[in-house]
Ligand binder design. Sequence first.
Ligand code: CTP
Length: 471
Amino acid sequence: MVDFLKNEIFDIISKCGQEMNTRVFVIGGYVRDCFLQRHCTDIDIVVEGSGIELAQKVGEKVKSHVSVFKNFGTAMLMYKGLQIEFVGARKESYRSNSRKPIVENGTLKEDQERRDFTINALAFSLQKEDYGNLIDPFGGVKDLQEGLIRTPLNPDTTYSDDPLRMIRAIRFASQLQFKIVPESIESIKRNRKRLDILSRERIIEEMNKILMSNKPSIGLNLLQDCNLLEEFLPQISKLQGVETQDGKGHKDNFSHTLQVVDNVAAKSDNLWLRWAALLHDIGKPSTKKFEAGIGWTFHSHDFIGAKMIPGIFKQLKMPLNEKMKYVQKLVGLHLRPIALVEEHVTDSAVRRLLFDAGDDIDDLMLLCDADITSKNESKVKKHRENFLLVRQKLVEVEEKDAIRNFKNPITGEIVMDYFGIGPSKEIAIIKDYIKNAILDGEIENNHDQAFELMKKKGAEIGLKKQKENEE
Ligand code: CTP
């Protein structure tokens, strides 16, 4: 194990501990990741004494600034790209009704007991006499080998210490593709209402990690099966279920959604594209109808879904910024490329899609490709082939007409100058007319043709050239 501790900082920390006459250990994620051979730059140090005092001592030695968080009894410093956090060993981690930790001196054993999972309770000794020894009182290494998420204490105790751990369990299961032991699953189900005391921000931090795992469906399925999803994202939870009428069912929109998220995750690391995949069918439950002779329909679920996005971001306390707009745009447009495939791929429909998607066209195409999930293989094959045609057409049209970053060749100033008018609704009428003419292929996307059209449309709505105005 000493191999993991070859960085000189461990030696320095060890000596500082000795000077303070206290026992010091490396604990938590760093030790776990050593065994998993995952790269880790966050190091947690636990000391049977004052974490802040030890951090200050180490900080002096390595000449690094120490940030002290007095309320939490912790301190942090950076050393050659490593973030090292120091904390005093505690008997108890969190109050039952708050996430503020109690600062209470304890032993290493007590500190390990109050940690979330056996795989996160592993520690390396930094004592001179047994430097590098592994201290694993709960079989964490065995659980790592067997791929199990298990709490050191009775799960009800561990989860009520900090209910976020219920989502963390699922996050680790998703990231590491581990199983949560059955008694923990039962405990999570029992304690799900305790999520209420958590801030949405903490939940979303874990949710983002679930979405960023290689196969997010593992975590999302667990969130659903443990009834946690309905606590903070009921709109997704509601996608589950199949209704049948006149012998006709529809696909289960929950498992479809998870498949789409996995498909996107296999091709892109863009967190917000993964969010768009998760939310793309959010409008389906409220638009679902059974129409005699046709079957199940979800008319306008793209439009309704896009309208729901700001509310969902607000509910999750996620910022209402350009990321939200991006997700909203993709949800709103997610049927358009498929509609192109199903109808006739005309140049003007492609131009309109390019115009509406702008620079997000590639992400939109990726999402739509991921959305093809039918069980009928020949249907999927046909869709994919047609989809290739759309992609080709997109490239051709973009090369010819440069619509992706469309800028109207006629600006408001040009219109005002030519007709000698001030800001007025006529400008919007003319610019819109030109934009539509370009998108419909009536004129090319260039200044000269657009200028001619401006003159024609201006005359039509009663405007006169400036010179004539002056005469
Ligand atoms: N921990 C805990 N309960 C929590 C959060 C953290 O017991 N609710 C403990 C675990 O021992 C964990 C350590 O604090 O290993 C550090 O937590 P954190 O940095 O959040 O997670 P890591 O385990 O390091 O994993 P990651 O870096 O992937 O978040």
